[in-house]
Design a protein around this ligand. Structure first.
Ligand SMILES: [Fe+2]
Length: 164
């Protein structure tokens, strides 16, 4: 696929985030499973449910755009998942892992926030008001999820992790 027009750019970005949301559906289940602290695990579980809704909204955006939903390999999120797996293979303690899980999730939120933030003006430019609103809803959920994770990170007792 050549990427020369606003339509191409929008389609490419939409397919990328569509794939990213699917990858995150699995990744959030993993994070939840490997987190001991209830409040943090709960945040992953809630955001996973939201992610299902985000995927549905993206499918509506594809429909408005007039193309079937397709995934473009999202190497950004793939890279973050790989980085996460490398860290967990070093056998961290549970407290370290709980903290790192939040950090990893926050990185994905930043990626998603940037992706939605870039797609919305393109949707506006293409006259897709309803599509822009749907993307805006996803963006707001990602921003709220990031805020919640940041609060949980700040509340985490770092003292629980021993210093060398
Ligand atoms: Fe998401």
């Amino acid at each position: 696929m050549t990427v020369d027009t606003i339509q191409d750019l929008f389609e490419h970005g939409l397919e990328d985030i569509y794939h990213a949301e699917h990858q995150l559906l699995d990744a959030l289940a993993d994070l939840q499973e490997h987190t001991e602290r209830e409040e943090i695990a709960q945040a992953f579980s809630e955001h996973r449910e939201e992610t299902r809704g985000q995927i549905q909204r993206l499918e509506e955006v594809f429909e408005i755009f007039g193309e079937p939903p397709e995934k473009e390999e999202c190497e950004g999120i793939e890279g973050l998942i790989q980085e996460y797996e490398e860290f967990t293979s070093e056998d961290p303690s549970q407290d370290v892992l709980d903290y790192h899980n939040m950090a990893a999730a926050e990185k994905t939120e930043h990626y998603e926030i940037a992706a939605y933030g870039n797609l919305i003006p393109l949707a506006d430019q293409l006259g897709m008001d309803e599509g822009a609103d749907l993307l805006e809803e996803n963006l707001r959920e990602e921003q709220d999820a990031l805020e919640e994770l940041k609060e949980l990170t700040e509340e985490f007792e770092i003292d629980a992790i021993p210093a060398e």
